[in-house]
Design a protein around this ligand. Structure first.
Ligand code: SAH
Length: 265
C-alpha cells in the first residue's frame, strides 16, 4: 500500500486543555492494535490565527467576464464594465473560491436578463443574490436555513448597497408566499437537497420558460439530479463543470408549447 492518510481536526480548548484529545488518543490506540499507525501530533493555534488565517488566502477574484469578487478588506480599482461584489463571508459559505459558486456566477452572467425576479435558495454569504442584483435583477429573494448565513448575507447585501433589491430571509422552499413566481432560481446546495427540493415542488414557483441553475453537484451524483429534472419535464440548457463539480441550467417548459408545434405540424 505505502500510502498514508492524514486527518486534521480542530479541537476547542478549555482551561488550557484540548477538549476530546484524550478520546482521540484512546481511539487511535485501539486502531493501532489492528494496524500500525503513527502517534497523533497536536499543535496549539492561537484564537487570532483561527479567525483570520483564511483571509491570507482570499484575494480579489475575477469570475466569468465581468464579475469581480473583492474581499471587503482589500482595495481594487474596477474596470469600466466590472460588476464588483464586496464580500466578507465570515463563517458562511460563499467566498467565490469554491467551484460550485463560480459555476453559478458564470451561469448567472450568461443567463440573467435585466428585470428578472430571482430566488436564491441557500444564499450562504449572499454572493449569488448580490451578483444577481448587480447584473440587473429587479428583485431577489435570498433564503437560508442557517441563521448565521442570514446575518452574514444581510450584512453583505448592505455593504453592496442592494438592500432595495435583495431581501434575505430565514427559510427554504416552500416559501411563505405560495403563489409568488420567479424568472430564475438559484440552488447551490448538494445534489441530495436539490433532488429533495424538486420533489417538494420547487419548480411551482418558476414561471414558464424560467430558468433553474442547480449547482453543488459532485459529478458522481449528476445522474440523480438529471433524472429528477427529467421527471419534472424540464429540459437541460447547459452543463458546466469545474474539477469534480457540475452545475446544470434547466428550463421549465411552456404549457402549450407542444400543442403549438402539434398544431403547426
Ligand atoms: N449560495 C452560496 C452558498 C452555497 S452553500 C454560494 O453559491 O456560494 C449552501 C447554503 O445552503 C448554506 O448556507 C446552507 O446553510 C444552505 N442550506 C442547506 N440546505 C438548505 C435548504 N434545504 N434550504 C435552504 N438553505 C439550505
Amino acid at each position: 500500500m505505502g500510502s498514508s492518510l492524514t486527518v486534521k481536526v480542530y479541537l476547542p480548548c478549555e482551561n488550557g486543555q484540548a477538549v476530546g484529545q484524550q478520546e482521540i488518543e484512546q481511539a487511535l490506540w485501539h486502531l493501532s492494535q489492528l494496524y500500525p499507525i503513527p502517534a497523533p501530533r497536536f499543535r496549539r493555534l492561537s484564537e487570532e490565527d483561527w479567525a483570520h488565517a483564511w483571509k491570507k488566502h482570499y484575494h480579489v477574484l475575477r469570475i466569468g467576464r465581468r464579475i469581480v469578487v473583492k474581499p471587503s478588506w482589500q482595495t481594487y480599482t474596477p474596470r469600466p464594465d466590472d460588476v464588483v461584489i464586496e464580500l466578507d463571508p465570515g463563517m458562511a459559505f460563499g467566498t467565490g473560491l469554491h467551484p460550485s459558486t463560480r459555476l453559478c456566477l458564470i451561469a448567472l452572467e450568461k443567463h440573467l436578463r435585466p428585470g428578472m425576479r430571482v430566488l436564491d435558495v441557500g444564499t450562504g454569504s449572499g454572493i449569488l443574490a448580490i451578483a444577481a442584483a448587480r447584473l440587473g435583477a429587479s428583485s431577489v429573494l435570498a433564503l437560508d436555513i442557517d441563521p448565521l448565513a442570514v446575518k452574514v448575507a444581510r450584512a453583505n447585501v448592505a455593504t453592496n448597497q442592494v438592500e432595495h433589491l435583495v431581501s434575505v430571509e430565514p427559510g427554504s422552499w416552500p416559501i411563505a408566499e405560495p403563489h409568488r413566481t420567479f424568472d430564475l432560481l438559484l440552488v447551490n446546495i448538494l445534489a441530495e437537497t436539490i433532488v429533495e427540493l424538486l420533489h417538494k415542488g420547487l419548480l411551482r414557483c418558476l414561471r414558464e420558460a424560467g430558468l433553474l441553475v442547480a449547482s453543488g453537484i459532485i459529478n458522481s451524483q449528476e445522474a440523480r439530479v438529471v433524472e429528477a429534472l427529467g421527471a419534472q419535464g424540464v429540459g437541460l440548457v447547459e452543463r458546466l463543470q469545474e474539477e469534480d463539480w457540475v452545475a446544470l441550467v434547466a428550463i421549465k417548459p411552456q404549457i402549450g408549447a407542444e400543442l403549438g408545434s402539434f398544431q403547426r405540424g
